[in-house]
Design a protein around this ligand. Structure first.
Ligand code: G6P
Length: 370
């Protein structure tokens, strides 16, 4: 096992550190920047299904559901196709409306999650075209779908998903860009800009891993004994807030909630006092000024702010109690970069609390029962 962990103390830390490679592997042969092409046979071979789709429904559970939310934003933004994202378990039990011509995408690291499988089965029975985004070759979902695209994150052992999540975001970016290019909704200029930005992501992830671990270790030490935490983000980073909170809950057993930053005033703000750390994703693009005013609101209630900011940030940095600096990228891809410090923070908190990081209590890597 020590050999499998490649010198890391836990699989989770190894997998966090593998992300420059797993993201690169997921893009390999698909993102051809020079040629200005995205190659994905699973989409290309069925392009009429996607391009004629009145709507796309994404079904998933857990972390994969959070990837789906980012996918919704990207597909709607780039391709202007309406997207709904549902927890697979809710979808299957609520007599959903599925029409011929709908495309249902299941996102699943394992490809074995019972609820996701059952949701797909239902969608298939109702005549939808079903597409899988999986990490495990030959998994049940991969076998039952009409087409699909594998994430090439490699085996993920840690129960809390890390590298599979960023690989899912990468695949969803490629799909959204490809659809937008082919249906003409994404301008050539923006398409090229996005291909270049996506191509740089592995390098930027590498940079975050090199620069942030010490800072995050220190922040984790400072906040590890708090019993609660709130995660806030807007736009593309609202799902990042949900995923950050899930990571903390899963492995450190600290109660955490993710919220869209602007929703804070409709409830969570009542929780704020000096014992409440608020982790705010405050990257430059995407409603930065709005996030600054959210941070001001938090500080005026004496709560602590841990901010994830971009290089050169001044406003949020000046207000925050602690901050982690990450490089800037296209707003649409910022959740990939924001995921890294959020994963590391939950990892270090859990380690400092002596929790079983790779196999947290009550959780399973793949939930094959209802
Ligand atoms: C379990 C795991 C989570 C995972 C979820 C969905 O709850 O502990 O990490 O996100 O299942 O798994 P899937 O394999 O379908 O992505």
């Amino acid at each position: 096992e020590a050999i499998e962990k490649g010198g890391y103390e836990h699989f989770m830390l190894k997998e966090i550190n593998e992300q420059p490679r797993s993201i690169r592997d997921t893009m390999r042969g698909r993102l051809l920047v020079e040629e200005g092409v995205i190659k994905m046979a699973g989409i290309w071979d069925h392009q009429e299904k996607f391009l004629n789709a009145k709507r796309i429904i994404i079904v998933a559970c857990g972390t994969s559901y959070h990837a789906g939310l980012v996918g919704e934003y990207m597909i709607e933004d780039f391709a202007r196709i309406p997207v709904e994202v549902e927890y697979a378990s809710e979808f299957r039990y609520r007599n959903p409306i599925i029409k011929k011509g709908d495309v249902v995408i299941a996102i699943s690291q394992s490809g074995e999650t019972a609820d996701t499988l059952a949701a797909l089965k239902l969608a298939k029975e109702k005549g939808a075209f079903i597409f899988g985004i999986n990490n495990v070759v030959g998994s049940s979902i991969a076998r039952m779908t009409d087409a699909g695209a594998y994430t090439h994150a490699g085996p993920e052992i840690g129960v809390a998903s890390t590298k599979a999540f960023t690989a899912q975001l990468t695949i969803l970016a490629l799909i959204a860009m490809k659809l937008g290019k082919h249906n003409g909704e994404l301008s050539t200029e923006k398409f090229h800009y996005l291909t270049r930005e996506l191509d740089h992501i592995p390098e930027l992830v590498e940079k975050i891993l090199q620069n942030c671990e010490g800072v995050i270790d220190r922040i984790a030490e400072k906040y590890k004994d708090n019993k609660n935490a709130i995660y806030l983000g807007r736009g593309y980073n609202y799902p990042s807030a949900l995923e950050g909170a899930l990571k903390l809950k899963e492995i450190s057993y600290i109660h955490a909630e993710g919220y869209p930053a602007a929703e804070m005033k409709h409830g969570p703000i009542a929780l704020l006092d000096e014992n409440m750390p608020v982790i705010v994703i405050a990257t430059k693009k995407g409603y930065y000024e709005k996030v600054v005013s959210n941070v001001q609101e938090i500080k005026s209630r004496s709560a602590k702010v841990i901010a994830i900011v971009n290089e050169g940030d001044e406003q949020v940095t000046a207000l925050a109690d602690d901050f982690v600096v990450i490089p800037e990228t296209a707003e649409e891809f910022s959740p990939i970069l924001a995921a890294i410090p959020l994963q590391l923070f939950s990892y270090w908190v859990a380690v400092k609390l002596n929790k079983n990081v790779d196999q947290p209590r009550n959780l399973a890597k793949s939930v094959t029962v209802e």
